[in-house]
Ligand binder design. Structure first.
Ligand SMILES: [Zn+2]
Length: 337
């Protein structure tokens, strides 16, 4: 195996979020009716691969009791370390998962597992399967060798061939709630409550995003975003806001963070007007409240919509930043001023 597998929560009860998916898998194992081809679909950073590995442990733990794996037996340990001969992670070699990789995987699973009760193959991210590689595994998905489970992990299940989709059971993962992420960061990752609250508010439901959050680099960018929003929503300061945005757009690294920060501030302003209990960024509460007090709700709502649209546009084509920026500014100018 090329990449060591991540360390795991030791049982299904502690798996964060996606209780419905967890319950479906638990029942299927209990009834011994686990589908042999599964698609784990959903946003990145919500634990799809982690759950796939945990499933491999559940199927192979030497002293499992119900839905708890022991985490200590040789099977559990080898799977966690990525060194189990029967649990295989297939990742892109370069940009894609290639046909050679799939051929080698098929050759391997043609034999009985070496040590395991169940062999588990995890393809991640499955949308990077080359078409010929995907076609090459259709027969295996349809009639896999006995005691073999194939899990395709993807954030974009519709990018998979329909022939792959139709041969697999799709389990849809969703984002994790902000509260669950915040609690996890404080109780299990040892974060201070302030950073945990902010990271959870900005995570968009992804524990991965939250864990990657760095207050040190985020806070200065947010300060710039707050000045921008304040100018944007002030009468007569539009040209200055526009200049600030134009200078930020040139900073390729900070720009996406700045966009997130602007949107999060606007969302919190909207909450300040409508549901103050839902304000995420409590550390700048007084700035937010002051700004909200002098701005009409409609103007905040328009700005949220315009920025959300702009951000989605930028994700699709980063090169159009400046054009979209100009478009947004003219639209927002009409709505706000
Ligand atoms: Zn075990």
């Amino acid at each position: 195996m090329d990449t060591p597998l991540t360390t795991l929560p030791p049982n299904l009860d502690r798996f964060l979020g996606n209780a419905r998916v967890v319950e479906i898998l638990r029942r299927a194992i209990e009834l011994d009716r686990l589908p042999h081809a599964l698609i784990f679909a959903g946003p990145s950073g919500v634990g799809k691969r982690t759950l796939a590995i945990l499933l491999a442990q559940l199927l192979n733990c030497e002293s499992r009791s119900g839905k708890l794996v022991c985490g200590k037996c040789s099977g559990c340990r080898k799977i966690a370390q990525g060194s189990h001969p029967d649990v295989r992670l297939v990742e892109p070699d370069g940009a894609f998962i290639k046909i050679e990789q799939i051929r080698s995987m098929i050759g391997e699973i043609a034999y009985q597992p070496f040590e395991a009760k169940y062999r588990v193959v995890i393809l991640d991210p499955a949308e990077q399967l080359k078409v010929e590689a995907a076609n090459c595994m259709l027969k295996t998905l349809e009639e896999p060798p006995s005691r073999t489970i194939i899990i395709l992990v993807t954030s974009n299940p519709y990018a998979l061939l329909t022939t792959i989709q139709s041969r697999s059971r799709l389990l849809q993962f969703t984002g994790i709630s902000q509260d669950s992420i915040e609690t996890f960061l404080v109780q299990h990752a040892g974060w201070n409550p302030g950073d945990a609250h902010l990271a959870a508010a900005l995570s968009r439901g992804s524990l991965g995003n939250a864990l990657a959050f760095e207050a040190g680099s985020y806070l200065p960018v947010r300060a710039r975003a707050l000045s921008f929003v304040s100018l944007l929503l002030s009468r007569g300061s539009f040209a200055e806001a526009s200049r600030l945005a134009a200078s930020t757009v040139k900073d390729k690294e900070a720009f996406p963070i700045w966009m997130d920060a602007v949107l999060t501030i606007l969302q919190d302003l909207f909450y300040a007007k409508t549901a103050p209990g839902r304000i995420g960024q409590r550390d700048i509460l007084s700035d937010l409240t002051t700004l909200a007090d002098r701005t009409p709700t409609g103007a905040v709502a328009s700005a949220v919509r315009a920025f959300d649209k702009l951000r989605r546009g930028l994700r699709q084509n980063v090169n159009r930043q400046i054009a979209l920026e100009a478009l947004f500014l003219s639209e927002t100018a009409k709505q706000v001023h």
